[in-house]
Design a protein around this ligand. Structure first.
Ligand code: PLP
Length: 396
């Protein structure tokens, strides 16, 4: 039989999706599965975005420009300006989701066997994109005990080698919910300047910050023009995961001209979805105020209920809509599969993401799960109750 590539064999499975067949099996048996495993919000997409697609009169659904349509990029620049991030339209490349922006960014700056330092636990697909591009992830472990704050900067410095091309952070964090402080971003900025490497910040959850704390973008930090690359997306901001639109933003002209070549190879981002995303920029502030209120309610219920379960430890998220919970078990993969195959309360069960896949260090996170609080509060309460009952039964 013809053989599969080493890269292909090394590609990690997504911890978020790998249990899907078990969930499908449960659903076939008529069981209601409460999905806490995936960051697919149940929030409505803004009507302006849906209407823009419904009401347009395109007769030929043509390719758009490789870097995204001019009008859309100009409006994205205006959106950033409102967020005190001052960039030009030609410093933005529209991509097919933040996912493609990540692979363009890594592909543009790192060669085979180069290294990218990432605090773990991290968004699992960073591993996938790095593996696909032959780049090695060098993890630095952050801890639940301090809510997954930035590890000491000396830990980053210790890991910098001649192969290090970038530090990659997710802010606010998936899966941790941690929101980096301005001071933490400034420390990273000093370090990347000292070693002349890139700082990539995945800011797809920028709007989702709680407790009155504001997000500080690496593009707000002065003196980082050559180093800073931001990954962005409409997926979560407007609950438009299916649009598949994101962007790469940097003031570094060489990165832009390199990333454009990757973008040319895939021709253009989706046309309809750009129309929807451009219209979504008109979404009134009230939409975000309401959504954020809703996430705060959910977070508070989730954390309060989880903390009541004996043996469960949980970090308090300040942003995004995820949290990592440590459970009194040894193998969260087995527990998550067992929940789908064998456990029900009133014909319902819960799907969670085992956290080991969010770590690059082998063996780490095996007693942790990631919970996405993307369900309304009554379902969320039922889901935590199922977890509570399940733990009793699983441990005994
Ligand atoms: C941190 C982070 N970055 C990037 C992505 C990719 O998003 P998309 O490709 O849908 O824009 C996700 C999706 O969940 C994410 O959580």
């Amino acid at each position: 039989m013809p053989s599969i590539s080493k890269k292909g064999l090394a590609m990690p499975q997504s911890p978020i999706r790998k249990l899907v067949p078990f969930a499908e099996e449960a659903k076939k048996k008529g069981i209601n599965v409460l999905h806490l495993n995936i960051g697919q919000p149940d929030i409505r997409t803004p009507q302006v975005a849906l209407d823009a697609v419904k009401n347009n009169t395109i007769e030929v659904l043509a390719y758009s420009r490789t870097e995204g349509s001019d009008t859309y990029r100009t409006k994205i620049a205006a959106y950033y300006a409102k967020n005190d991030i001052h960039v030009d339209a030609n410093e933005i490349i529209v991509t097919t989701g933040g996912s493609e922006a990540l692979s363009f960014a890594i592909g543009s700056i790192a060669d085979t066997d180069d290294e990218i330092i990432i605090p773990e636990p991290f968004y699992a697909n960073y591993n996938g994109f790095s593996t696909a591009l032959g780049v090695n992830v060098v993890p630095i472990t952050s801890n639940l005990e301090n809510n997954f704050a930035l590890p000491p900067i000396e830990e980053f410095e210790k890991r910098i080698t001649s192969k290090t091309k970038a530090i990659l952070v997710c802010n606010p964090g998936n899966p941790t919910g941690y929101l980096y402080t301005t001071e933490e971003i400034k420390k990273l900025a000093l370090l990347v300047k000292k070693y002349d490497i890139f700082l990539i910040a995945d800011e797809v959850y920028r709007e989702f910050t709680y407790d009155g704390i504001e997000h500080y973008s690496i593009l707000q930090e002065e003196g980082l023009n050559s180093n800073a690359i931001v990954i962005d997306s409409v997926s979560k901001r407007y609950s438009m995961c299916g649009a598949r639109i994101g962007c790469l933003v940097t003031r570094n002209k060489e990165v832009i001209s390199t990333a454009i070549k990757f973008a040319q190879a895939r021709l253009s981002p989706p046309t309809y979805a750009q129309i929807a995303s451009e219209a979504a920029l008109e979404t009134p502030q009230k939409y975000f105020d309401d959504v954020i209120k809703e996430y705060v309610v959910r977070r508070d219920i989730l954390i309060e209920e989880l903390e009541k379960i004996e043996g469960v430890k949980v970090a308090r998220p300040k942003g995004a809509f995820y949290c990592i919970a440590e459970l009194p078990i040894t193998d969260a993969d087995d527990f998550a599969q067992w929940l789908l195959e064998d456990f029900r309360v009133n014909n319902e069960t819960v799907m969670v993401a085992p956290a080991a896949g969010f770590y690059a260090t082998p063996g780490f996170g095996k007693n942790q799960i990631r919970i996405a609080y993307v369900l309304e509060k009554e379902s969320l309460k039922r889901a935590v109750n199922i977890l509570k009952e399940a733990l009793k039964s699983y441990i005994s």
